[in-house]
Design a protein around this ligand. Structure first.
Ligand SMILES: [Zn+2]
Length: 304
């Protein structure tokens, strides 16, 4: 269980950690029920659908040349994701490309199965490639009770910051927003939302992750080494990048990042426009940055 400083489920997460903490050959996987509870899939843009669980987000980008799946989630998630894809009327075997938000197990443990079943090409940001190919073993936090191992997955294409993934006329841009993991990736695309005037498109941002917890060391000192050289600069770059990205539709790797439960309540009546939330996006980025800067100050103070 990851404990995110800036999420309201931290106390609950700690309880689950105590209750569900269990060692296994692969690691210490503990899961939040919201991560494993099936959600009804829904449409966000003409060619973008939510196919994740109640909190672990997966997105399906649909194109005439096949589909792109963002996030395979837990080892137990692929059958749920597949059920959502098929419920929407799409074919699992049309999944041509697998992308991800970050190389932690809650977004990547299902990758090997998705690739085996669909033969999708696995594209991963540099910085996370060895983590994916080692099944989490080379994560800079490993070994850690918060970092479960998972089935390794071969990487077919290594992405760099700003690279694009193009399929069937749809372009996704990979923004390296590292720190949470060394290849944490924020995806953007432009798309038309159902119900909006023809010919208009929106900027869609799928945040990769900005959180950290007490194991992350930003300052070397008596408490130990820095997590990895450049982690502070990575987070600073991430916040600058996220602040600069044009955002109309605010999405992310976890539903909690963008207030999914509350927005879904309005979705039935108001439709996909409930996800148009540029102010909420800027608030999220600003709060995450403030949390990070506070932690750096506290670690610096502790060293003195
Ligand atoms: Zn993570």
């Amino acid at each position: 269980m990851r404990r995110h400083y800036n999420d309201g489920m931290r106390a609950a997460a700690c309880r689950f950690l105590l209750v569900l903490f269990s060692g296994s050959l692969l690691g210490y996987a503990a899961t939040n029920p919201l991560w494993t509870t099936q959600a009804v899939p829904f449409r966000i843009a003409d060619n973008l659908y939510y196919v994740g669980s109640q909190d672990l987000a997966s997105y399906l980008v649909v194109t005439p040349r096949g589909n792109i799946l963002i996030n395979a989630n837990l080892a137990t998630s692929p059958p749920q994701i597949r059920a959502s894809v098929e419920k929407l009327g799409f074919h699992w075997a049309d999944t041509k490309i697998l992308l991800n938000s970050q190389a932690h197990y809650d977004h990547m443990a299902g990758a090997a199965e998705v690739i085996r079943e669909t033969h999708a090409k696995n594209m991963v940001m540099d910085g996370d490639v060895s983590v994916v190919e080692s099944g989490g073993k080379t994560d800079f936090l490993a070994p850690s009770a918060n970092i479960a191992g998972y089935a390794p997955a071969r990487v077919d294409r290594v992405l760099r910051d700003g690279d694009t993934v193009v399929l069937g006329g749809v372009t996704l841009t990979a923004h390296k927003t590292a720190g949470h993991t060394r290849g944490c990736t924020t995806w953007t695309l432009r798309a038309h939302l159902p119900g909006e005037p023809a010919g208009t498109t929106r900027n869609i941002v799928i945040v990769g992750g900005t959180a950290f917890w007490s194991e992350y060391k930003f300052v070397a000192g008596p408490g130990g080494k820095i997590s990895y050289p450049g982690i502070v600069q990575d987070f600073q770059h991430t916040f600058a990048e996220l602040h600069a990205l044009p955002c109309d539709v605010f999405l992310g790797a976890h539903g909690e990042y963008f207030g999914l439960p509350a927005k879904l309540k309005r979705y039935r009546q108001d439709g996909p426009k409930v996800f148009i939330d540029p102010a909420g996006y800027q608030r999220y980025v600003a709060a995450a940055q403030a949390t990070f800067e506070q932690a750096v100050r506290e670690q610096q103070a502790a060293r003195r």
